[in-house]
Design a protein around this ligand. Sequence first.
Ligand SMILES: Nc1ncnc2c1ncn2[C@@H]1O[C@H](COP(=O)(O)OP(=O)(O)OP(=O)(O)O)[C@@H](O)[C@H]1O
Ligand SMILES: [Mg+2]
Length: 254
Amino acid sequence: MIEAPAKEPRELNGEDSVRVELVSRAFQTRRGRVDALAGMSLHAAPREVVAVVGPSGCGKTTLLELICGLQPPDSGRVQAGPAALMPQRDLLLPWLSAIDNAGLALRARGVPREQARKAAAPWLERFGLAPFVHTRPAELSGGMRQRVSFLRTLLAGKPVLALDEPFAALDAITRQEMQGWLGHVLESEPRTVILVTHDVEEAVILGDRVIVMSPRPGHAVREIEVPLARPRKRTDPAVVELREEALTALGVQA
Ligand SMILES: Nc1ncnc2c1ncn2[C@@H]1O[C@H](COP(=O)(O)OP(=O)(O)OP(=O)(O)O)[C@@H](O)[C@H]1O
Ligand SMILES: [Mg+2]
């Protein structure tokens, strides 16, 4: 019954990919129509980590919600394996402990609490949260909350992870630690990942490919392959060069 991450990670297959084709999405607001996405395309092969960078408001969160099936496109096509979203704002429930927050996706599927805790406990330990299993979100640091929130997404057991700025709002040191740690997790837990980030360096450090989006209405303006072995160092000249390329595509003076 429990679909917690298997000890032996299952191989992902072709259905665990993501394909977004010429998608447009607009919102009717009181001040008129807002075009969030216009002609947005991207694809991610199984196990691929595709980083998406773009200016604020260009439709990145909308894109992830489309991929997760939380909203429909107005036009175009979205095809994706079952996907779990790590939302931009951490939606940990303040009255639940870390372990119950981490296991929430399991509980939502009807897994009894003790079983959900059993599934979550080894992960909390692995992510350095063993002493905080019974701690509530308000008493956790920002980095700890992000880890719990990520764990909840991972424990949903879906082949596709849609991560919405998972390390925003963290100090530089914690963010670097978390980036290294996400890299490790993905080595042992194969997932297809769409990683939205403001941080071009983070995109190059973690992504197999980087998609650069235009300002709103968002679409892909550049696709940058990152053919570099992991772990990657931010000081590696090849990393620096790709970062500059992405910044130039974003229209930022390097
Ligand atoms: N439910 C909604 N109703 C009305 N407008 C919306 C809705 N969701 C998004 N928008 C608008 O669509 C545009 C894209 O929003 P979205 O949140 O996808 O951007 P984003 O790239 O994630 O921004 P940020 O980098 O600031 O997180 C914005 O102008 C936003 O105001
Ligand atoms: Mg967003």
